[in-house]
Ligand binder design. Structure first.
Ligand SMILES: Nc1ncnc2c1ncn2[C@@H]1O[C@H](COP(=O)(O)OP(=O)(O)OP(=O)(O)O)[C@@H](O)[C@H]1O
Ligand SMILES: [Mg+2]
Length: 407
């Protein structure tokens, strides 16, 4: 038994690892975001508590100064108030008994009078109250006065810090996702190409020996020549398959081909291999002899896959129309319609996924392969143009029209 070559086996192993890598990467992102939020939240709480204590100390000092007798060392307390305010940016408003507002750490324009200052401070007070810090009550004995305070710049910054970190983690997550998708696509390509090469390679050896055997049989008088002819046809078919695989396993060479001629002759070949109850019509509004850049073997494979699906969808009885025409922006369209069972909306986005099949014996690879051939090797597009349940479906291949060399 021959095992898969290293080139194919490695990407397959990566597929399994890929999911785990994604999960691990996602978990690390969530952990980083969670840890950062938790840590910063603790820091914010501690800072909030410290700022509250500072304002309480400040309120206590003011209260002491305002209620102490004349012998008290007022200067000492003013020094203390100054010290408390040093190195912090906590905006503070003290509303005294008469309703007059005094402020610390609140910037005021230079040239304003006392009344204007009071108006500005009233507005600022509203802002501070909105920050939700409970005002500190000062019992002056004969009345109660209040100190309102907001959050320092540091505290505000710290509150926004987790958001910015979250943003960074999201960006890292997004970039990671793109990286994974890209590397996954690259690996998928390697799997396709590797498998195709491997298949072509493996088919090659028995095929050449079969050809040699048929040549021997051809000269054998006891063998019915019709059998040899049929064997020859089967070998030809196998050769076509091998050529398709070897083309997909390397960079296929595109050639200018007469599109209508290529499709007609391939449909003639296909017709005798499918149900006789399927009627296939080819219509074209292209200029006669319209060329397209295609790799004949791969392009025929695309047509074959789409037509076989159409035959399956019609359960072997119905009409198919292949309509060749020119679209906008120098596009050549090949619309392949059937009168089959159609595709329900929920499945429309799945039909091009590898492995998606609604058939008992389907691999779910036909459309994936066709799309890859059209889009990766022919710079074209393969789409499901329209579909209606029990009415039929139309698939559209669009190819770029070759530039007119005479112009
Ligand atoms: N013309 C169509 N009408 C209705 N359904 C379709 C048509 N073409 C494709 N489908 C749906 O899309 C699915 C995927 O098609 P695809 O050719 O990729 O795989 P498959 O035909 O199931 O298997 P295989 O690998 O042998 O081609 C089909 O199983 C079918 O459900
Ligand atoms: Mg198919």
């Amino acid at each position: 038994m021959k095992i898969l070559s290293k080139e194919v086996a490695l990407p397959l192993a990566f597929y399994n690892r890929d999911t785990w890598l994604k999960v691990a990467f996602f978990a690390v992102c969530v952990f980083m975001a969670g840890f950062s939020l938790y840590f910063t939240d603790g820091l914010v709480n501690k800072l909030e508590e410290r700022e509250k204590q500072q304002i309480e100390l400040y309120a206590e000092t003011i209260r002491y100064v305002m209620t102490s007798d004349e012998n008290a060392d007022i200067n000492f307390f003013f020094e203390r108030i100054k010290k408390i305010n040093e190195n912090n940016t906590i905006p503070v408003i003290w509303k005294d008994g008469s309703g007059h507002l005094n402020s610390i750490n609140i910037a005021m324009p230079d040239a304003i009078d006392i009344e204007q200052k009071q108006v500005l401070l009233q507005a600022k007070l509203k802002e501070i109250i909105a920050e939700n810090n409970k005002p500190i009550e000062m019992d002056m004995g004969f009345q109660k006065e209040y100190i309102y305070y907001g959050n320092s710049k540091l505290l505000k910054l710290l509150r926004y810090y987790p958001l910015s970190q979250l943003l960074v983690v999201l960006i890292i997550g997004f970039l990671g996702y793109i990286f994974f998708s890209y590397s996954r696509r690259a690996e998928q390509n390697r799997v396709w190409v590797g498998l195709a090469k491997e298949t072509a390679h493996q088919l090659g050896t028995p095929l050449s020996s079969l050809t040699a055997w048929v040549e021997i049989l051809r000269n054998e008088p006891s063998i019915n020549p019709e059998i040899v002819v049929e064997l020859g046809k089967d070998i030809q078919r196998l050769e076509t398959i091998t050529t398709r695989f070897s083309n997909i396993g390397s960079t296929p060479i595109l050639k200018e081909e007469d599109l209508e001629e290529l499709i007609s002759s391939f449909i003639n070949y296909l017709k005798i291999r499918i149900s006789t109850k399927v009627y296939i019509e080819i219509k074209s509004s292209l200029v006669p002899g319209q060329l397209a850049n295609v790799n004949k073997y791969l392009f025929e494979w695309v047509i074959e896959n789409i037509c076989k699906n159409a035959v399956d969808a019609m359960s072997g009885t119905g009409d198919m129309l292949i309509y060749l025409h020119e679209g906008k922006n120098n596009q050549l369209f090949i619309d392949i319609s059937d009168t089959g069972k159609g595709i329900i909306p929920a499945n429309m986005s799945k039909i091009f996924n590898p492995g998606y099949s609604t058939k008992k014996r389907g691999w779910g690879l036909g459309l994936t392969l066709a799309k890859r051939i059209v889009e990766n090797y022919h710079e074209g597009k393969l789409t499901l143009k329209s579909t209606e349940i029990n009415k039929g479906s139309t698939f559209r291949i669009s190819l770029p029209k070759p530039l007119n060399k005479d112009v």
